[in-house]
Design a protein around this ligand. Sequence first.
Ligand code: DX5
Ligand code: ZN
Length: 215
Amino acid sequence: MPLIAPSLLSANFLNLQADCQMLNESAADWYHLDVMDGRFVPNISFGPMLIDFFRKATTKVCDVHLMIEEPERYAEAFKKAGADNLTVHYEACKHLHRNIQQIKDLGMQAGVALNPHTPVDVLKDVLADIDLVCLMSVNPGFGGQSFITHTLSKIRSLRTMINTWGLPVKIEIDGGVTMENAKDIIDAGADVLVAGNTVFKSADPKGTIALLKGV
Ligand code: DX5
Ligand code: ZN
């Protein structure tokens, strides 16, 4: 069964308590929390202060996706705020291996995210050191965009690398996941589905999460 990670970016920020309660009662596995700095991506979202509130609102895994430059400056703050998984972008890290070491040393699960244009091969020398690869299936910065279908072939290539080397690394797909494409994404070899609009714009978010879980 896939892990389901609803993206709170699409939640109702005037009533986060209701959305958190819905997620806590749902089959969702992770809270996916999108941090944007207005530099690495053309949008600004939220930072450690809000993660701290989400941490207190749930016992589910807090999966923090950093779309920021110089993530090393903030890793400790996100640990303190309660992040379980901390994902940095390959494209934002000059010394990716050092970033991964920092995250592991702080006691979090380390993830690396790849933009749609970045081939999965760039991960071959760090794959054994990380817990999660987040393949962006849209250009990062906004919810509600359309899934880039080429991602399916990237999932298959990465799945082959992971299986060939017998690694426990999870593949997370982020952006444009819908009820229509979820099965193809899982069949290609993904483990975790991030879903923002598909969950939060649904008439029945809990039911939608259960359906995604069952694909
Ligand atoms: C985009 C974010 C995603 C986004 C997904 O930069 O990383 O997590 O919120 O939203 P949907 O599922 O609506 O594409
Ligand atoms: Zn994300």
